[in-house]
Design a protein around this ligand. Structure first.
Ligand code: NAD
Ligand code: SER
Length: 321
């Protein structure tokens, strides 16, 4: 029995995390986001509330009044949106994180999960198997705030003994809630277009390689990390995790096996320089050694599962005559 707070619960990760938590926890999930209206399925164990993580008092109150045991702090401004409003990204990503960490200390939260990202790496890092420990200088405001966030996790763990755990997610592939704020989102969009019989205009060059993972593996890894014994968690900044790397052209070829008519046009925009600053793959050795990280979906399985699910969805909207 644990009461759980999720911030940023309406986003790509939050809306899926809820189902994974419901399957493994009893207790109430306080799902929060900045939007007034919830888009979540209704469930008696889930209560929706508005929470702006930049507001320290609101964060303190919601944690204190609801006897929260665990926090999943997902509210964030991602890479592409961050470049459009760096000041907002700074405030949400850093002030929001400090507010959550402080309130967790003062209100006696037992465990906190805060995801980090491949965006913490900068262009000088080795492109293949970027080491977890590499001290990097990210070039995006997203990466800068997330890298500083990782240092705060370790600082709060050392100074206040708060059990903060983190994964550096790669690009996450999922079909339930469309991602709109990142650089890796092209992959989700490309699969959706192929499944609905449309061509696709890709905003990255065809040979841009990035590390990725399917959402069920990301969620299972998150729960695995959160339930591992505290003494196994040797990394208090953030663990590298990923399943596979691919380029837009490789994804296009994979999709053409499912839809031979599928075509992609490549027209890189401002997101190309963000992608170019990130590694092609990251070294996951620490996650394997410390808490047995083991994703199950390969690229083929991921693409075929997403493709079938998008197909089902578009058939529901446009049933065949
Ligand atoms: P998202 O953009 O889909 O969702 C973020 C949510 O935060 C949104 O629902 C938004 O309304 C909310 N939000 C924004 N400002 C807020 C504020 N001031 N107060 C409260 N809520 C606010 O992002 P996501 O993909 O769900 O990302 C969740 C976490 O996972 C982030 O920390 C992100 O850095 C990390 N991550 C995601 C990916 C990915 O591919 N999706 C990859 C790496 C890391
Ligand atoms: N998917 C994220 C982004 O592209 C990576 O953190 O911003």
């Amino acid at each position: 029995m644990a009461n759980i707070l999720i911030t940023g619960a309406l986003g790509q990760v939050g809306s899926e995390l809820i189902d994974f938590l419901l399957a493994s926890y009893s207790g109430t999930i306080y799902a929060t986001d900045i939007h007034k209206e919830s888009t979540l399925k209704s469930n008696p164990s889930v209560k929706y509330a508005v929470l702006d993580v930049r507001n320290r008092e609101m964060v303190e109150n919601i944690i204190g009044e609801n006897d929260i045991d665990e926090v999943y702090h997902l509210a964030s401004i991602l890479s592409a949106s961050g470049e459009k409003d760096p000041y907002m990204a700074y405030n949400v990503n850093l002030t929001g994180t400090v507010n959550v960490l402080n309130a967790s200390v003062t209100r006696g939260v037992k465990k906190v999960f805060i995801p980090s990202t491949i965006g913490v790496f900068g262009p000088e890092v080795q492109k293949e198997k970027a080491p977890r420990r590499h001290a990097s200088i990210p070039t995006t405001i997203y990466g800068i705030t997330k890298a500083a966030g990782e240092m705060l996790f370790q600082y709060y763990y050392n100074k206040y003994n708060i059990d903060v755990r983190s994964l550096r997610y790669p690009g996450l592939l999922s079909y339930k809630v469309a991602p709109t704020a990142g650089t890796t989102d092209y992959a989700v969009d490309m699969i959706k277009h192929a499944a609905s019989g449309n061509s696709y205009e890709c905003y990255l060059k065809d040979d841009t390689r990035l590390p990725m993972m399917y959402m069920p593996d990301a969620m299972n890894s998150t729960l695995h990390l959160m339930t591992a014994p505290a003494e196994n968690i040797r990394v208090r900044t953030s663990y590298n995790v990923m399943s596979y790397s691919f380029t837009p052209r490789e994804l296009e070829n994979e999709l053409r096996e499912l839809n031979p008519e599928f075509r992609v046009v490549y027209k890189p925009d401002f997101r190309q320089s963000i992608a170019d600053s990130w590694p092609w793959s990251i070294d996951v050795t620490d996650a394997i050694n410390d808490w047995e990280f083991k994703p199950v979906f390969d690229l083929k399985n991921t693409v075929s599962d997403m493709f079938q699910n998008y197909r089902k969805f578009s058939e529901k909207l446009n049933p065949p005559d």
